[in-house]
Design a binder for this molecule. Sequence first.
Ligand code: NAD
Length: 385
Amino acid sequence: MTRVADAFTYQALPMRVVFGSGRLQELPEEAARLGLGRVMVLSTPGRRDLAESAASLLTGRAAGVFAGARMHVPADVAAAARDEIRRMGADGCVAVGGGSTIGLGKAIALDSGLPVIAVPTTYAGSEMTPIWGLTEAGRKRTGRDPAVLPRTVIYDPELTFGLPVDVSGTSGLNAMAHAVEALYAPDTSPVIALFAEQGIRSLAAALPAIAARPGDPAARHSALRGAWLCGACLGATTMSLHHQLCHVLGGNFDLPHAPTHAVLLPYVAVYNLPAAPIADGVVRRALESPDPAHALAELGAAVGAPRSLGDLGLREADLPAVVDQVLDRPYANPAALTRHGLTTLLTAALNGTPPHGPLETERPSQWKSPDEPPSAHRRPQREFS
Ligand code: NAD
């Protein structure tokens, strides 16, 4: 059988998205729609008040609040939450918060099969994916399982008005990284290309506006809509070098999740986009820039994101171990993964050397549409300057 170059497979994920200001109020109806009678509300300790408000909306359907969620889902926290759920006889969870809280809901679903309603309050995107993670003895295990995909996601921009500007900026760049990598994923598709372009465009416009006016309703609405689209990209495709580097740096060097994404994205764009011309064209169009790496770095600066891996605590002596781990089990990637290339990328990111993309100021006409076939043209990869 001959496979044509534009063949693709797209598997839509079975979930319901409820989006709009004030729509958290519809939580009781959404719980009823799933047939839930006793629901445990999850949050981090800092968001207990919001979890209590959600529980009060649920009135007779609320089983209680577990406000112990922590970053990277420690296995003992997941076990404590499961015990509490059993003790209270809950038949489902509502995870109100960022990726840490939604991750706890997924860990509970992985073990028990209980349905999760996600109410995201950051832009990280976990609510749109079947990806779970659990950390035990300093090691984070991850996997994909349809059982952990939230059944319903309620996006209420009002819940993000108080999200601190620095967390908004870094988690927004975390979301954009999902979309950029989805565009050159081995399992990308025309649907995902549309989601990715719109998601990147929404966040690129909204994040600087949020930095200037954190409570701006229009900017918050646009950022959360972008986060939804970018999260859907993560849920539907296989990630590449950028996510692998973040996984290694978070898992083995304890670098913070969203700031690491924010620092690395422009450097990975320089490395990968020249080898992925269609993705490159879409990212240029979405960012309205002939130099995506530079535009992404400018965006990071505009939202006050950290500038370098050195700022996050990585040392030059750590780089060979990072490179070894990437090369040991490389993810699929559009550009060849070489020791020299990865060391150059990481050294630039370690020092915060300004990244610059290809010199062309005009996009060749064959890149105008994401659904046109790839050009045979491959520009040589540029070194960091
Ligand atoms: P987070 O959930 O840890 O939240 C960061 C901090 O912001 C927390 O202290 C939280 O309480 C606070 N916060 C959240 N929303 C707030 C709001 N609206 N107002 C004020 N404070 C608020 O951070 P995150 O970046 O959303 O998630 C990171 C975690 O998610 C990582 O563990 C990462 O691995 C995981 N993640 C998983 C997936 C996936 O598909 N499985 C995708 C993305 C991220």
